[in-house]
Design a binder for this molecule. Structure first.
Ligand SMILES: *[C@@H]1O[C@H](CO)[C@@H](O)[C@H](O)[C@H]1NC(C)=O
Length: 337
């Protein structure tokens, strides 16, 4: 089988599980739709560890052991601040094979350590996920599906998945119409997908939102499931077979499926595929049309100036200043080439 096919499968796992769930459960969720006061009621109080008012969260994940593709975590502080600005508290899963605790965390990767420090300082919710060596990428891609068993979240919290290099800009785009429903942003981008003689609609992993309890139902997760490479391998093996559990250097990047969520957008994306000149024009003349910024990749440092223009528009002056300090420290922490 070919690489794009494998990729299609990884990107689509969620859609498959979502669809199965759709027929089983969504009908009943929608029928049971309750008024917004549901915010105040916490079910199973004896099982809840956290006690606070339920909130809206944006969940990201990044492999902090990554030493080549630093853009996968460089944008986290910007994304976290941008989510907070539009009303979602950031929660970040940090994938590493090195440590089991964030106290005194040191994986010998200074830019990542600097990034984690920023996230800690701004009060983002952080959770360290232990990965098996060489399985950081697949663990980082799929651990977001385990929202349903993140102890730091409550059952009634609404959780939207996002990418570590995706910075939300237009708050209208992220308005939630129905807190009890499952929402897939840009849902019709990606066409269909055939597996075992059934056709499924593919959803981009980019943004899918629902309450924590619904995430657990969708994934049919036992509440005691631990999030790690083992449980992810189990999910992949049960849904497909063991050959889909791939090592870091065997997961393909950059083809049509990987980038599928970049197509079919209304509004404008501040997108790395555009030339700097067009991006400058966009931020200077059409800022209000911008829905989000999909961070630059290997040239993210060289293209700092143009992303900086956008950050200046997005953030208040004090947040922008803090992020600028982060950028400088991140740059200083880079290994000398
Ligand atoms: C900027 O950083 C300082 C020091 O970490 C912090 O006390 C302050 O709250 C931050 N300001 C904003 C607006 O985030």
């Amino acid at each position: 089988m070919q690489k794009p096919f494998y990729l299609a499968i990884i990107v689509s796992i969620l859609s498959i599980i979502l669809l199965v769930y759709y027929f089983d459960t969504i009908g009943s969720i929608l029928k049971e739709k309750q008024p917004e006061t549901l915010f105040e009621t916490i079910k199973n109080p004896e099982k809840e560890v956290v006690t606070r008012n339920p909130g809206k969260y944006a969940l990201m994940a990044a492999n902090v052991d990554e030493k080549k593709n630093l853009f996968y975590f460089f944008y986290l502080p910007f994304a976290a601040e941008a989510w907070r600005k539009i009303g979602f508290e950031p929660i970040v899963l940090l994938i590493s094979s090195h440590e089991t605790s964030l106290n005194g965390f040191n994986n010998n990767n200074p830019p990542a350590i600097r990034t984690i420090e920023y996230l800690k300082d701004m009060g983002a919710t952080l959770k360290l996920i232990k990965s098996d060596k060489n399985y950081g990428l697949v663990t980082a891609m799929l651990c977001r599906l385990f929202v349903g068993v993140i102890d730091e979240l409550m059952d009634e919290d609404y959780v939207l998945t996002s990418d570590s290099d995706l910075i939300p800009v237009g708050s209208n785009y992220y308005r939630i119409e129905d807190m009890e429903a499952i929402t897939a942003w840009n849902a019709f981008c990606c066409g269909n997908f055939d597996f075992k003689k059934r056709t499924f609609q593919m959803y981009p992993m980019g943004h899918i939102g629902m309450k924590k309890k619904h995430w657990r139902g969708v994934m049919k997760l036992n509440p005691l499931t631990k999030i790690n490479t083992q449980s992810i391998a189990k999910l992949l093996t049960e849904s497909y077979d063991a050959s889909y559990v791939k090592e870091d250097n065997k997961v393909g990047r950059g083809d049509g499926t990987w980038n599928a969520d970049q197509r079919a957008y209304e509004g404008a994306r501040f997108d790395r595929s555009e030339k700097d000149k067009s991006l400058r024009f966009l931020v200077e003349n059409e800022f209000n049309r911008i829905s989000d910024f999909h961070g630059f990749h290997s040239d993210f440092m060289e293209r700092w100036e143009v992303s900086d223009l956008l950050f200046k528009r997005i953030f208040t002056y004090t947040v922008y200043e803090n992020l600028t300090i982060f950028y400088k420290q991140f740059k200083e922490s880079l290994p000398i080439k």
